[in-house]
Write a protein that binds this ligand. Structure first.
Ligand code: 6GU
Length: 226
């Protein structure tokens, strides 16, 4: 999968996408993340990419021209399944969106800053608008990093069997059950017996019950959907 990201602060994307599982996905050639500094398509030598908003009011708006030229340039070599604008007024991101997006070949993310991007770019290019939650970030980059991570780990071959995404929280609308590692007794705090007895059926049943209990306690809304 190729993910292109247009940003005025591409540095913000570097660390989160170049370590751990995202690093491995890219080294294995399963994921290619390419960041593009919008200033390359600035309208003048001052690097201008934003301007005052028509109608007045505080805050700058990212101009049509740099975004138009950046998108057209990228489209000459890549056909995108979705052009995604990261914005607090987009559809709220969740695991089922991550699952669907992980099946695509090429995605383009546009990170907004300031008051956002000129509406005409949204009208004429953007095919999907995503928010990562009901709060406002200073730009779309951290949201893009979150989404790329959530999608990237779902690409077949990125995770091995042990870390398989099939057992993640939310994949079956349940939160994950508690987990334990050695020692079996730490300061008198004991690991549940079932997990030590080595009967896979009993372990599975215990985990399912525990997942249900955790979900009921913390996120009862998840159980209502089904
Ligand atoms: Cl995608 N962008 C910004 N700027 N703020 C957000 C967001 C996105 N999602 C939640 N808050």
């Amino acid at each position: 999968m190729i993910i292109d990201i247009i940003s005025v602060v591409p540095e913000l994307l570097e660390s989160p996408l170049n370590h751990s599982i995202m690093k491995r996905a890219q080294e294995k050639g399963l994921l290619q993340v390419r960041t593009h500094n919008l200033r390359k398509w600035a309208i003048n030598k001052h690097g201008q990419v934003d301007d005052y908003q028509y109608g007045g009011g505080a805050g700058m708006v990212m101009m049509c021209e740099p975004l138009f030229n950046a998108i057209i340039h990228l489209q000459t070599t890549t056909t995108y399944n979705e052009i995604i604008y990261l914005t607090p007024d987009g559809e709220t991101f969740n695991q089922s969106m991550a699952n669907r997006l992980s099946l695509q070949n090429n995605l383009l993310f546009i990170c907004g800053h300031y008051k956002g991007i000129d509406q005409r770019i949204r009208d004429h290019f953007v095919t999907k608008e995503i928010s990562i939650g009901d709060y406002v970030l200073s730009g779309g980059e951290l949201a893009a990093a979150v989404i790329v991570d959530a999608i990237g780990r779902l690409i077949p071959g990125v995770l091995n069997d042990e870390t398989s995404a099939l057992f993640d929280s939310f994949q079956d609308n349940l939160l994950a059950p508690p987990v334990y590692t050695r020692p079996a007794n730490f300061n008198g705090w004991k690991v549940p017996d079932i997990l030590l007895q080595g009967d896979p059926k009993k372990v599975e049943a215990w985990r399912h019950e525990a997942a249900l209990a955790v979900t009921k306690a913390k996120r009862p809304d998840l159980l209502k959907d089904e």
